[in-house]
Design a binder for this molecule. Structure first.
Ligand code: HBI
Ligand code: FE
Length: 295
């Protein structure tokens, strides 16, 4: 498999990782090795077993509707007709992390960038940047859900605007992405469930985010989230819980400019804090937390 060319490194919200070109690449499906396909199959089977009873019903329904093959890396060309028919979204192949504006512009146009390469067998449990499994298994299924699909487009539009406002607005918006799209929980009648991509694609965090006493679990509040710092190198200290995807979509309706202006006058909130006024589902014990390192 031809390794992607590493063009530059950049401090992004996923830490100091190589940022590739904004180039859109064809999925080199025939170049995947048997090892690549077996990494996909092992990760897929492991998460599918773990997520029963832990992932949100919308995620499980979407995963069933997409009919992703469990034993071979799915072909983007085969998934795109299903996705387009459901919500008008499509996958595009990329080398990896994109500069933020390019990423936002894709989302604003219902294109989800999926990294074309998959991690090595030795990286089953952790890698510093999103690979095909994180993007395709973690992010893509929920794009089948019409309300979440609308939210992701709205987020992209908001990101393009925020890019024009400035760095501070981007920091606030990135936190919203982090605590919903990547690490969000949702309340169901039968308990809390996972919908965040960073969690559903991670064995350890699929268990920790719901069952550990260490983290806080707090009800969704847009401005509270936009002020809250987060972790890129450990499990989250706090998970935010939405009532529904409609609630998430509704939160993007107001003009964010006055919100950015208000937040610019307020301090950020450490990742592990619980505030008066928080809707607390779980006040974490903080066991295992690292003192510094919130971003
Ligand atoms: N690029 N391909 C890709 N995937 C991401 O998830 C991604 C990105 N660039 C920037 C980024 N995420 C984050 O900074 C978002 O908060 C914008
Ligand atoms: Fe992601």
């Amino acid at each position: 498999m031809n390794m992607p060319k590493r063009v530059e490194h950049q401090m992004t919200d996923k830490g100091y990782v190589p940022v590739y070109t904004t180039a859109v690449v064809e999925q080199p499906w025939s170049s995947y090795s048997e090892t690549d396909h077996s990494v996909w199959a092992r990760l897929f089977e492991r998460q599918r077993a773990l997520l029963a009873g832990r992932a949100s019903s919308e995620f499980l329904d979407a995963m069933a509707a997409m009919e992703m093959s469990p034993d071979r890396i799915p072909k983007f060309d085969e998934l795109n007709p299903i996705l387009r028919r459901a919500t008008g979204w499509e996958l595009i192949g990329v080398e990896g992390l994109l500069p933020e504006l390019a990423f936002f512009d894709h989302l604003a146009n219902r294109r989800f960038p999926v990294t074309w390469w998959i991690r090595k067998p030795g990286q089953m449990d952790y890698l510093s940047e999103p690979d095909l499994f994180h993007d395709l298994f973690g992010h893509v299924p929920l794009l089948m859900n019409p309300v979440f699909a609308d939210y992701m487009e709205a987020y992209g539009r908001g990101g393009v605007k925020a890019h024009g406002v400035g760095e501070e607005a981007l920091v606030h918006l990135t936190r919203l992405y982090w605590y919903t799209v990547e690490f969000g929980l949702i309340r169901q009648d039968d308990g809390l469930r996972i919908y965040g991509s960073g969690i559903v694609s991670s064995k350890g965090e699929s268990i920790y985010s719901l069952e550990s006493d260490a983290p806080n679990r707090i009800g969704f509040d847009l401005e509270r989230i936009m002020r809250t710092r987060y972790r890129i190198d450990t499990y989250q200290k706090t998970y935010f819980v939405i009532d529904s995807f409609e609630q998430l979509m509704e939160s993007t309706r107001p003009d964010f400019l006055p919100i950015y202006d208000r937040l610019s006058k307020l301090d950020s909130i450490p990742a592990g804090d619980v505030l008066d006024g928080d809707r607390v589902y779980n006040r974490g014990t903080g066991e295992g937390w690292l003192e510094d390192g919130d971003v």
